[in-house]
Design a protein around this ligand. Structure first.
Ligand SMILES: Nc1ncnc2c1ncn2[C@@H]1O[C@H](COP(=O)(O)OP(=O)(O)O)[C@@H](O)[C@H]1O
Ligand SMILES: [Mg+2]
Length: 416
């Protein structure tokens, strides 16, 4: 018997990864489940339409890339999650925590090394008739310079709910501090101690898997992710992976990217809540096949094993560890790692894929090395860059993908 599942894709403007995801799933074909039956998957792009709150959705799982910004689909997601048990990447109920602020609070509570951070009131009153009255009565004047002095320059000023570097500035002097605060207008800002770091690690987590990549924030978009397999010591690498998995398990986020600054052997998390992590072919390039496999693997695993989405967060499980007297930072991380493994059902996930991984690897290698993928690559570059840059970026991206194909071919030959 074959069970069919429909995966809904709630998309913004992107076309690259949804094409890849759909193509890989269809080439993979039906997979056997623990029940001995076959399980088959279809994908469909979701359109935005009026819905009755009692409508039954056709989707079993939805990958959402839109609802962080767009409220109509966000409310539809809440409805299908709460009423119909549709499995979501990510849960709309913790979107509110997708602002950096709540993630900082959680991480500090769990004993992680988030740099010193202060939230300052709005510079300009909000456009709300009641706000001016409230502000006049309750917004106490404060000494911005004294706050900055206490944190110590240099400082980053950035929105409490930021993303995509909107409104971020690095501040070295009181004059820059005032200029940045005056410019912040109606954005609510954090002041955060700048970390003088050696390497910037950006990790992308999809379900039970995490890839840590060396990130170069000062480079243009297409060369921010460097292909580098050993830029962290094994110990720091494990710490970065564990922190990402911990935050995701804590908020029950299953598709998220995290940023950590590494200075010597110290790991400082700075940006741990990205509702819609970058998975563009043009930015991930070499790591794109990994991301697509992880996304396919997690969706298939969740559907075939009837994984249930949990809407509660049960923070006490984590806080108990944080409060354990005498447990060191490393000791806590080890327990957090176990809690994350339990949440992501890591052992069962590995077991589920152990017999199927070779087939998936072959399907993906075959597709990436072939003409259909090259057409997607060309189409993606043409839609992302101005015409005079097409040739340059097509060659650049082809080079990186050929590197992946070469290394993957060797890997599969050596460990078939
Ligand atoms: N505390 C910090 N120390 C050093 N660099 C920082 C710090 N905070 C932010 N940055 C730099 O600013 C960039 C944007 O800040 P981030 O918190 O990641 O905001 P966004 O959500 O907009 O990406 C980071 O990628 C990093 O390069
Ligand atoms: Mg960031």
């Amino acid at each position: 018997m074959t069970t069919r599942y429909l995966i809904g894709l709630l998309l913004g403007t992107e076309d690259d990864w949804p094409t890849a995801f759909t193509e890989i799933l269809s080439r993979l074909g039906p997979v056997p489940g623990p029940d001995g039956g076959q399980h088959a998957f279809d994908t469909e792009r979701i359109t935005i339409e009026p819905f009755s709150l009692r409508d039954r959705p056709r989707y079993h799982l939805v990958i959402d890339r839109l609802a962080y910004w767009y409220y109509h689909p966000r409310e539809w997601l809440k409805k299908v999650s709460m009423m119909d048990g549709v499995y979501l990447l990510n849960s709309p109920f913790t979107f509110q925590s997708m602002e950096k602020h709540a993630a900082y609070c959680a991480m500090m509570r769990l004993g992680l090394k988030v740099p010193e951070t202060v939230l300052v009131p709005y510079k300009n009153p909000l456009d709300n008739s009641r706000y001016a009255y409230t502000a006049a009565r309750y917004n106490k004047s404060f000494d911005l310079d004294a706050i900055a002095e206490k944190i110590g320059y240099p400082i980053f000023m950035k929105p409490y709910d930021g993303g995509a570097w909107r409104g971020v500035s690095r501040i070295n002097t009181p004059a820059e501090l005032h200029a940045a605060y005056d410019a912040s207008g109606e954005m609510l800002m954090h002041l955060q101690k700048a970390i003088d770091y050696d390497v910037f690690a950006r990790s992308l987590s999809i379900g039970a898997e995490t890839m840590v990549m060396r990130f170069q924030p000062d480079q243009p978009m297409h060369s921010r992710y460097a292909v580098d397999h050993s830029f962290l010591s094994p110990q720091v690498g494990t710490e970065v992976v564990t922190i990402g998995r911990l935050v995701n398990a804590f908020f029950r986020w299953e598709f998220n990217s995290c940023e950590t600054l590494v200075s010597g052997d110290q790991v400082y998390p700075i940006d741990y809540a990205n509702a819609c992590p970058d998975v563009a072919l043009t930015s991930l390039h070499y790591y794109f096949p990994w991301a697509m496999k992880a996304l396919v693997k997690w969706c298939v695993f969740a559907l075939v094993t009837a994984r249930r989405a949990r809407l509660d967060v049960e923070t006490d499980r984590f806080f108990t560890v944080a409060d354990e007297p005498g447990l060191s930072y490393d000791g806590k991380l080890a327990v957090y790692g176990d809690l994350a493994d339990a949440y992501f059902d890591t052992a069962r996930y590995r077991d589920f894929w152990s017999g199927l991984q070779a087939r998936l690897d072959e399907v993906v290698l075959d597709w990436i090395a072939g003409p259909d993928f090259d057409q997607l690559l060309v189409r993606t570059v043409r839609s992302a860059y101005p015409e005079h840059e097409h040739d340059q970026f097509i060659a650049h991206l082809r080079g990186l993908m050929e590197l992946w194909v070469g290394e993957e071919t060797t890997r599969l030959c050596t460990n078939p």
